[in-house]
Design a protein around this ligand. Structure first.
Ligand code: HEC
Length: 302
């Protein structure tokens, strides 16, 4: 006798529906009072569980911390790529504003080629920095202009220097920051644009700034951007939200350079699978049809 997995699952569901049906029949023949009592217990239990869950969550959230809303990023869609003009502007923001305090030590100039800049442009960008290289023939270190293969320059040579220059707060490396924080670019955008006066009765220590999105609400970073903090090369009006949006898009690309390719690959796999899966299903039915339509009968000996 042939028992396939499908048979077992079918049997299981048959038993399940049978018991559900029995339970329903038993419930229906109960006296009215019992019915009401049982229903009340059911509702109360579900309500109680819901209330407990809500209470637990409301106790967890600190009442002054704001959670970032989800913004409609143009790269949010299942098949949407990053906005590369925005990455380019975002790099400009990083270079002119954030790089004064934040390193991006996992990014090299060559990574920008074909993403936000042409190779010639990136070469010019790289040549703007001075890199210590060596030793040369005489054993001396020397400085040379940057090359495509050089990594982004760091603002501080070590974390201690970074802390000393920032009231003891360490500006984190931004290479992977949008993946390293809950809320990703929504959080970073909210953090950058969310500075405000503390509510009445709340005071922050000197050297800290009130920001409702930062855990603890007192952040060691002074508001880094404002309207017209820089002038975009492509002429886009540099409003505060535009600057924040562009730098967040740039940071998303930095944290996930494979973003566009991942989505293109996903589309290809979906298209391939939509052809292959029905074919394979048909083939399976075809191969099994003999087995599945067999009738096994028991004929008792006469
Ligand atoms: C004047 C120095 C300075 C500049 C300029 C600056 N930051 Fe910061 N940033 C800091 C410091 C210091 C911290 C650490 C704050 C703390 O831990 O309290 C920080 C923290 C952060 C954090 C992490 C917050 C967290 O959740 O831990 C992000 C994200 C960030 N900065 C983004 C940026 C971006 C984007 C820019 C450019 C638009 C920028 N910063 C410009 C000094 C700076």
């Amino acid at each position: 006798y042939l028992i396939s997995d499908l048979d077992i699952i079918q049997t299981f569901f048959r038993i399940l529906t049978h018991h559900l049906h029995r339970f329903k029949c038993r419930f229906l023949i109960l006296p009215k009072g019992r019915k009401i009592a049982l229903t009340t217990i059911g509702v109360l239990t579900t309500g109680g569980a819901g209330l407990a869950l809500m209470l637990q969550q409301s106790v967890k959230a600190s009442d002054l911390e704001l959670h970032p809303p989800s913004y409609p990023w143009s790269h949010n869609g299942l098949l949407s790529s990053l906005d590369h003009a925005s990455i380019r502007r975002g790099y400009q923001v990083y270079k002119q504003v954030c790089s004064a305090c934040h390193s991006m030590e996992y990014l090299a100039f060559r990574n920008l080629v074909g993403v936000s800049h042409t190779e010639a442009e990136v070469k010019t960008l790289a040549e703007e920095i001075e890199v210590v290289d060596g030793p040369d023939d005489t054993g001396e270190m020397f400085t040379r202009p940057g090359k495509l293969s050089d990594y982004f320059p760091k603002p501080y040579s070590n974390p201690e220097a970074a802390r000393a220059a920032n009231n003891g707060a360490l500006p984190p490396d931004l290479s992977y920051i949008v993946s390293a924080r809950h809320g990703g670019e929504d959080y970073v955008f909210s953090l950058l644009t969310g500075y405000c006066d503390p509510p009445a009765g709340v005071s922050v220590k000197e050297g800290l700034y009130y920001n409702p999105y930062f855990p603890g609400q007192a952040v060691g970073m002074a508001p880094p951007i404002y309207n017209e903090v820089l002038e975009y090369d492509d002429g886009t009006p540099a409003t505060m939200s535009q600057v924040a949006k562009d730098v967040c898009t740039f940071l998303r690309w930095a944290a996930e350079p494979e973003h566009d390719q991942r989505k293109r690959m996903g589309l290809k796999i979906l298209m391939g699978a939509s052809i292959l899966v029905p074919l394979v299903y048909y083939l399976k039915r075809h191969r099994w049809s003999v087995m599945k339509s067999r009738k096994i009968a028991y004929r008792p000996p006469k």
